[in-house]
Design a protein. Structure first.
Length: 197
């Protein structure tokens, strides 16, 4: 049966190639160049070929659909090991806001890049507490969409150890406090200080 399938595939191929003639020696095949090669068409062609793109996108935050978070719903999450007192202080807005990111009026794609870079910058500068403002999205076509993505991305990112809805003065349920993991150097310094004390 397998041989029959291979024969029929070969017969189909030969039938499809019946009108094809080889290019003669010494002749170059002409490439047709569109007179109306617009910048958009050129960009699409370069995107398809991967011109100017990294082989692998370092941004691992998803663009696939995520669970919906209601626009007015408060959010909170913490990794195992985060002390309850630390989380409570975060919920009360007790940490200084060392960095802030406003995502209002951004598309999901734009927000994904901005948030990924924001967390990388916070981590590189050893800033532990921040605020992001995706907004509630209460009156948008898809209510809570950007907020839903932000919540999912924060849970997905290994550098984030906790987050929760902000206090009213910082944007309430339209904004999110977050805590970034301590850098290795900061953790070692803290350990040394506690050992000496």
């Amino acid at each position: 049966m397998k041989e029959d399938d291979e024969l029929s595939e070969e017969a189909l191929f030969l039938e499809a190639m019946r009108d094809v003639a080889p290019v003669g020696k010494g002749r170059k095949q002409e490439q047709r160049v569109s007179v109306q090669d617009s910048p958009g068409r050129r960009q699409r062609r370069e995107d398809a070929m991967g011109v100017g793109k990294d082989a692998v996108d370092p941004n691992f935050l998803t663009l696939a659909e995520v669970p919906l978070v209601e626009p007015l719903a408060p959010v909170e999450w913490k990794k195992d090991g985060v002390q309850n007192a630390v989380f409570k202080k975060l919920q009360q807005g007790g940490y200084p806001i060392e960095a802030a990111l406003d995502l209002h009026r951004k598309t999901v794609k734009e927000a994904r890049v901005l948030l990924f870079n924001f967390i990388a910058t916070m981590s590189a500068r050893d800033r532990r507490s921040g605020l992001i403002s995706p907004g509630k999205g209460e009156f948008s076509e898809t209510p809570g969409r950007l907020k839903s993505f932000a919540v999912h991305w924060l849970q997905e990112h290994p550098e984030i150890i906790a987050f929760c809805s902000a206090q009213k003065q910082h944007g309430g349920v339209g904004s999110i406090y977050l805590l970034v993991r301590k850098s290795q150097a900061s953790s070692e310094l803290n350990r040394e200080l506690h050992e000496k004390g």
